[in-house]
Ligand binder design. Structure first.
Ligand SMILES: [Zn+2]
Length: 289
């Protein structure tokens, strides 16, 4: 399986931390009925999106994009040494899978110019920081970390009420180190990197579009989690903060890119995780390239 894609003057690398069973489909997607699951079970299993117990299989990964000017890491996964007692597979991890995958793609932590987070959930900020002598420090010491201001403000307010561990250990230390930049939705980096607001999963969730003057690739973050949601865009997951907004965002995103040449790079679809959006019935499908 190739983990690298070349498009226009971009090179895109997948850096995988985990690909594993997550939450039962019927629990994760509250609007999913047993009947619809049964109709889709065969292709979902074939696609390794569903296991034998009807638990959704998800990939947890970063994308590293090389533009002619910069090396950009999108979403920093789960991280090590972080107390996540609700999720045994994420709790106090010490494995070197992620950093080895980064190296295998040809990068060291010093090579990353920008870290961009689609949103500030636990599995998208983890490697923002690493533990050094008992302190959280930026994992990518030379990077500017780009956070959407609306998203940052939301979690900042939540964290003020009661500590949100991934915000406290994986976002605030970056701010304290002075490596962050809070940006509006009109932010761009050169003529290759743009922001597409995609609210719903979280209030300030954004997608990133890349390519010189046109969207060669789009990084969709958590606006969808399972390929089942391309067929049924109205199915929101139980972690969507605003399920109705998430459903609307999903359909308009899929409509925007269907029948285009843009490579859709999802955060969590099972490998290969990327594809082109095509229409299928009243919904869509993400077709591997
Ligand atoms: Zn996620």
């Amino acid at each position: 399986m190739s983990l690298t894609y070349s498009l226009g003057d971009l090179t895109i690398h997948r850096v995988i931390e985990q690909e594993t069973s997550f939450v039962p489909a019927l629990e994760m997607l509250p609007g999913l009925t047993g009947e619809v699951l049964a109709e889709n079970r065969a292709w979902m299993r074939e696609a390794k999106a569903l296991d034998q117990q009807d638990v959704l299989l998800l990939c947890f990964q970063s994308y590293v994009v090389k533009t002619p000017h910069h090396t950009i890491l999108i979403d920093s996964c789960i991280g090590n040494d972080k107390p996540r007692p609700q999720r045994p597979k994420w709790n106090m991890k010490t494995d070197d899978t992620y950093l080895r995958a980064l190296n295998a793609a040809g990068f060291s932590v010093d090579d990353i110019d920008f870290v961009m987070c689609t949103h500030l959930h636990v599995d998208h900020v983890g490697w923002n920081t690493r533990l050094e002598n008992g302190r959280w420090v930026p994992t990518f010491p030379k990077a500017h970390y780009i956070f959407a201001k609306q998203e940052f403000d939301h979690w900042s307010a939540q964290n003020a009420k009661a500590e949100i561990p991934p915000f406290a250990d994986s976002v605030l230390p970056v701010v304290e180190a002075g490596r962050h930049e809070l940006v509006g939705n009109d932010h761009a980096i050169g003529d290759h990197v743009r922001i597409l607001p995609t609210p719903g999963h979280t209030p300030g969730h954004v997608a990133f579009t890349m390519g010189r003057g046109k969207d060669d690739a789009v990084f969709s973050g958590d606006l969808m989690h399972s390929p089942l949601q391309t067929h049924y865009p109205e199915l929101s997951i139980k972690f969507d903060v605003d399920p109705d907004a998430a459903a609307k965002t999903r359909r308009s995103f899929l409509e925007r890119y269907c029948d285009s040449d843009t490579l859709c790079c999802t955060a969590h679809f099972p490998s290969p995780s990327v594809g082109k959006i095509r229409r299928k019935g009243n919904g869509f499908v993400c077709v591997a390239v």
